[in-house]
Design a protein around this ligand. Structure first.
Ligand code: PCA
Length: 204
């Protein structure tokens, strides 16, 4: 049995209903996992300390074959497949525990960046083929989502794909579409563990 770990995030700031947790709930109800695959889905607290500890504990407990995190990016209008987690925290607002780290690393002494190990270009093609608004993103930011992506990439053994998906507010992309996108990301990584090599760079 292979386990797939998918996390969302609970409420924070003025986002009482975090669409990432709602989409992960919908995924857990609706995704038909391939034979031999089980899904572990959980909403994490928007707390630097507790969310990173929890994702590490979930990886240690379940030894997942795939890890996909999801979180809200309120300013984006597309489902964003994150390419890079930074070993840098710079919180614009305090987390739900009141912590507001500024210019400190997620993991002291560790490399500045870790790249996703999800096949994000293959996943992007699958999302676009399904008519979903999607893009690659070069940074998961410097808040709790980035910390969780960095921690997950550090926690998994070599060869276990892990990464992060940022999702727009529910009035921009409906939760059902986000759930469908997460299912497509999982289906892609389970069938295409090595990414396709197609240009993904942009003129920003
Ligand atoms: N979005 C925030 C933290 C939790 C969430 O859903 C972020 O992008 O860091």
């Amino acid at each position: 049995m292979r386990t797939v770990l998918v996390t969302g995030f609970g409420p924070f700031s003025d986002h009482a209903d975090n669409p990432s947790a709602l989409a992960v709930d919908a995924l857990a109800r609706e995704w038909s996992a391939p034979d031999g695959v089980t899904l572990v889905a959980e909403a994490l607290p928007v707390s630097f300390a507790r969310a990173t500890a929890r994702v590490r504990a979930l990886v240690a407990e379940h030894r997942p074959a795939v890890v996909v995190g999801a979180g809200l990016a309120a300013g984006r209008d597309r489902i964003s497949l994150e390419r890079v987690a930074l070993n840098l925290l710079d919180a614009r607002i305090p987390d739900v525990d009141g912590a507001q780290p500024v210019d400190v690393p997620v993991v002291p002494g560790a490399p500045l960046a870790r790249g996703t190990t999800l096949p994000v270009k293959a996943a992007l093609a699958a999302l676009r083929d399904a008519g979903l608004p999607a893009e690659l993103s070069l940074s998961a930011g410097t808040y709790v989502c980035n910390a969780v992506m960095y921690a997950a990439l550090e926690a998994v053994p070599e060869g276990v794909p892990a990464g992060f998906v940022h999702v727009p507010p529910a009035d921009v992309v409906p939760v059902a579409d986000v759930a469908r996108a997460l299912a497509l990301v999982l289906d892609t990584v389970l069938t295409t563990p090595v990414d396709v090599v197609v240009p993904g760079g942009r003129e920003d």
